[in-house]
Design a protein around this ligand. Structure first.
Ligand code: GLU
Length: 307
């Protein structure tokens, strides 16, 4: 059994990331498995090695440590590009000249739950003339995977079977950087990952991953999409909600044992001031994982936050 935690090193981890890491660690250890750390640093402008160091320290404060095999997506661009080449040889890849704005404006009426930023397929069937006009515009293309908007059922441990409709996902962005959806599938397969624990904001995009796995002959890991951590307004946790990182919490006099105790209780483990994740192992069961979002405790919240 191999799990992974895959943060983007663009800043400190927030309590939502920490909670996901705790769950991923518990799932792996409960099955005598290993949890790998992978830095998803495709965003070259905001990823920094000092954030990697900080994130490793934050995880260590909760007792989560990793072996030496930490990988960085920024060091694997050739591998991702080789996979695009392989898909291109099967005529599954096409160039796309659409701007972000055009994509937002183009309407799409999928038959099932749509995915964020779904692409309507504008450049899929361009006439030769339209294509050459776009080529001449000088705008570098992104490269997309040709699909038939297939429906996939994500068999998720938390949410149960969840239907998703896929689109023609980007494989390489127009600045040449591989897309998250490609890199995550290649890495999970290449690292032999058998279980993926992550936030449920990524649930509906997982059909894209199943599609790529099928095309590339990879096996599909077990998916555990964890309901998000939210602020008092029910919105996804953000800085404005209050103390959202270990450092913020420490500044309020809330130490890591108290934080870990709250995270533990939020996933159904009754424990007071645990000294590291290993103290949660005996009380953990994936079946107890709440199916709804978790609101941060009131003493972590911004005073007077009433939005
Ligand atoms: N890198 C993503 C994040 O930090 C996680 C993606 C994944 O676990 O597949 O939210």
């Amino acid at each position: 059994m191999i799990g992974r935690f895959a943060p983007s090193p663009t800043g400190p981890l927030h309590v939502g990331n920490l909670r996901t890491a705790v769950i991923a660690w518990l799932c792996a250890r409960q099955q005598d498995g290993e949890l790998l750390l992978r830095f998803e640093d495709l965003d070259r402008a905001n990823s920094k090695s000092e954030h990697e160091v900080q994130q490793i320290n934050e995880l260590a404060q909760l007792g989560i440590t990793f072996g030496p095999n930490v990988i960085r997506q920024s060091e694997r661009f050739d591998l991702y590009r080789d996979v695009v080449e392989q898909l291109g040889q099967q005529d599954l890849v096409y160039s796309c000249y659409c701007t972000r704005r055009e994509i937002l404006e183009s309407t799409q009426a999928p038959h099932g739950p749509s995915i964020e930023g779904a692409y309507a397929g504008t450049c899929r069937n361009l006439s030769a003339r339209d294509r050459s006009e776009r080529e001449q515009s000088g705008r570098p293309p992104a490269w997309r995977l040709r699909s038939n908007n297939e429906e996939y059922i994500v068999d998720d441990v938390v949410t149960g079977p969840t239907p998703t409709v896929i689109d023609d996902m980007v494989l390489l962005r127009n600045d040449g950087v591989p897309a998250y959806n490609l890199a995550v599938v290649v890495d999970d397969a290449e690292q032999g990952v058998t279980q993926v624990v992550r936030g449920d904001d990524l649930l509906l995009g997982t059909g894209r991953h199943l599609h790529l796995q099928k095309l590339l002959g990879y096996s599909t890991p077990q998916y555990v999409h964890v309901p998000l951590v939210v602020g008092p307004d029910g919105e996804r946790l953000a800085k404005r909600h209050g103390a959202v990182t270990l450092e913020d919490l420490n500044q309020r006099g809330i130490d890591e044992r108290e934080v870990l105790g709250e995270l533990a209780r939020s996933i159904g483990i009754d424990v007071d001031r645990p000294n590291g994740v290993s103290e949660l192992l005996a009380g953990f069961s994936l079946d107890q994982l709440p199916r709804s979002p978790w609101t941060i405790p009131s003493d972590w919240q911004t005073v007077g936050y009433d939005n």
